[in-house]
Write a protein that binds this ligand. Structure first.
Ligand code: PLP
Length: 308
């Protein structure tokens, strides 16, 4: 596995197990029907300690996602948070990506999920910049996907469910196949939604715009953080419907996500955005975000959990 160092231990159904032992039955409900909910969380090596970013918010979103799919989870948000901290400690990781997952295991044949046990696991591994380190500075080229995000009355986008990522895979495969770094999907009405695994922001005349939860987005925790940080910096942020053409007219475009962090977009459909490189607002937000994560500025929002 390129660019990845895995932890030695995985937490699974209540205890730590060796990485190689963590396998599931081929008849597990999740394999056939995509019945999982999960999170992606980052732990950063900061000045004095390793810190997990917005751990509680991620675990709350995990439980909220499980609730939508009527999964009865045996752990509450505090227990899940403690488990994640202990997992990082157990693996002696300094800087890593944390992936809790709740899924339906093997209990019954067929679609009805209720007789398949709800299982919980958490994995960690070290993972560099998802869209590449260079992308954080220079930006990436994106295309508007021919695939839409799922309509609101099909698969709920606010729940971070495994099955949703079939849609994301179509968007991502098309983009990569066509020579782009990422794809931007429209919602079922043709308005801008988000990337395959990132939320979308535009800057125009100094104001920041991002699509609403009405446009089939996952309400990203990085998205929320950027909205708060931008407002703290005195910038105006509007969550509203955004038409596709606003992308081409924007001064700056960037993507946010736990994996992608804050990645500038330098062109959309080969149309240059702004100066074709990271713009000043994007840079200001990136610097504010990374300074906070490295504990160089005060954690005013209480977003950081100390690991050691
Ligand atoms: C579809 C989708 N949108 C947006 C995001 C960004 O969310 P967050 O900032 O919580 O990682 C993700 C990443 O989890 C995602 O998969």
């Amino acid at each position: 596995m390129a660019n990845v160092t895995t932890g030695k231990k995985i937490w699974m159904n209540g205890g730590f197990r060796n990485w190689e032992e963590c396998q599931i039955h081929i008849m597990s409900h999740v394999i056939h029907y995509g019945s999982s909910v999960f999170e992606g969380i980052r732990c950063y090596e900061a000045k004095n300690n390793s810190v997990i970013f917005r751990l509680r918010d991620h675990m709350q979103r995990l439980l909220d996602s499980a609730k939508v799919y009527r999964m009865n989870v045996n752990y509450n948000v505090e227990q899940l948070c403690d488990m994640a901290v202990n997992l990082v400690r157990e693996n002696k990781m300094k800087d890593c990506y944390i992936r809790p997952i709740i899924y339906r295991g093997f209990g019954a044949f067929g679609l009805i999920p209720f007789d398949s046990p709800v299982e919980t696991a958490c994995i960690c591994w070290s993972w560099g910049a998802y869209l590449g380190q260079e992308a954080l500075e220079k930006g990436i080229e994106v295309k508007v996907s021919t695939w839409n995000r799922m309509a609101p009355n099909t698969l709920p986008s606010m729940a971070k469910a495994g099955g949703n990522y079939l849609n994301s895979q179509l968007i991502k495969m098309e983009a990569i196949g066509d020579g782009y770094g990422e794809g931007i999907a429209l919602d079922h009405q043709g308005l801008l939604s988000e990337g395959s695994g990132e939320n979308l922001f535009l800057v125009k005349n100094g104001k920041i715009f991002t699509p609403t939860t009405g446009s089939s987005i996952l309400p990203g925790i990085t998205r929320h953080s950027i909205i708060l940080l931008a407002r703290e910096m005195g910038l105006t942020v509007k969550q509203q419907n955004v038409p596709r053409e606003a992308l081409y007219m924007a001064d700056e475009v960037f993507l946010t996500g736990t994996a992608a962090e804050i990645t500038p977009v330098c062109s959309v459909d080969r149309i240059q955005i702004g100066q074709g490189k990271r713009g000043p607002v994007t840079q200001q937000l990136q610097e504010g975000f990374f300074r906070l994560l490295r504990q160089e500025t005060k954690d005013n929002f209480g977003w950081l959990t100390q690991v050691y």
